[in-house]
Design a protein around this ligand. Sequence first.
Ligand code: HEM
Length: 491
Amino acid sequence: MLPLACIFFFFAICLLMIEFVKLQRRRKELPPGPTPLPFIGCLWQLNFFQLNREILAKLAKSYGDVYTLWFGPSPVIILHGFQAVKEGLTTHPEDVSGRPVPPFFRALANNKGILLSTGNTWKHQRRFSLMTLKSLGLGKRSLEYQIQEEARHLVVTFRETKGKPTSPSFALTLAVSNVICAVVFGHRFSTKDETIHQLLEAMDPIFKIGGSAAQFMYDVFPWMMQHLPGLHKKALTARDFVCSFIEREVAKHRDAGVPDEPKDFIDFYLAQMEKTKGYPKPAYDERNMIQSIFDLFLGGTETSSTNLCWALLYMVVYPDIQAKVQKEIDTVMAPGQMICYEDRKKLPYTNAVIHEAQRFSNIIAVGLPRLCVKDTVIRQYHLKRGSVIFPNMASALHDPNEWDTPLLFNPQHFLDKDGHFICPEAFIPFSLGHRVCLGENLAKTEMFLFFANLLQSFTFHLAEGTKDINLEPVLGGTLQPHYFEICAIPR
Ligand code: HEM
């Protein structure tokens, strides 16, 4: 028995040594970085999945702004700091416009839709979605009216709390989600509608899985994880739930027939499918439609509402800043006058505060990975087709070379010496290059309108007796604030 164990042990050691030597060879072709170990890569240096700001900044100090980290057996090129992120994503934007599709992303989206697809599928779905959103009023007054309507509902919802402590999270998520629901499905949901509660709850595991141990394990051992319970299973079940809702909405549209004047995203997509029906390789099919809608719903819900949650939290933590915003609004706007997006030009301080809330909370953390679709060069490094890049958004939004006080909540970052609004180049929460966020303009309009109209109507306080407010984020696909309650006191 003993010699058998010894032989096994000997072989295991040999295998590890061979793997180690292979890794060291592969490393020579990549930007520098910490020494990877067989199978686990650099995970031990990252406290196993703690991709936090401090650790990544420390590594950049040791290895430079472009360095390699091994996530298990796969190397990932990290771009650190605004200049490296900008150069990496904009010098050869086409080369880095892919998205890696590891097993978990494949299980989630199967290379369909926009967010997690790559190659021609992505190109077609993105181009069509952008054109359709424009046709549906993106960047025009018509969609702004819709957002103002939601802002009105939001004010009513807060008024109904009668100044009692309440979590703002659901009301904000519903408001933001209703904007995209109107665009995509052609209708909004009321607060009491059970379906929207279920849909928004389903988003939770999908966002939580981002960057988690469960996702990593799935990518390395998909055959095993498919049979084990855990967060990955919850996320996939939630995806199925949201997709079956979308399928029912599509069926309703089909039954009603596509109108001559398409009125929402589904109408446009169905018309496009009809138009391209006989093509040899049709790019527009039912699976791509459902996944694109899923991506718009996912992207258009959690992100803007999380930013708004942080913004309200900062207002109760920094009441002097809240008072200054209200003073500016009261000076410029007539009492009760609905604020529109154009008014941001007259409200530079308010605009600076909502931008600073987005910079400071940095909800996307390190951002989404990109894939090199061609051999390319970033700085002095030659990267092969298929290399994976992580543009570290947090490092740009908190870059000490770009911001006066990167780790303080300071609206002055967005104001010049005369109090005019300015937007520094390093403000890139929506990323850069060919895959820049598709909903950037929508998100900016929503956040400004919801925030400004809420602060015009209410003063936000901490619930009585609340002592400690935790400003550290809960780690996940987006960086969320810990649960908190606030009182909305009508002004
Ligand atoms: C504060 C709000 C938001 C933030 C911070 C945000 C941020 C981002 C980021 C960082 C990316 C990844 C870009 C890359 O790959 O480099 C992205 C992609 C995307 N976002 Fe947003 N987003 C927001 C709101 C929205 C909204 C409202 C929508 C819906 C219309 C949306 C839809 C998308 C889609 C579809 C993609 C995939 C684009 C692609 O891969 O080509 N996002 N977003």
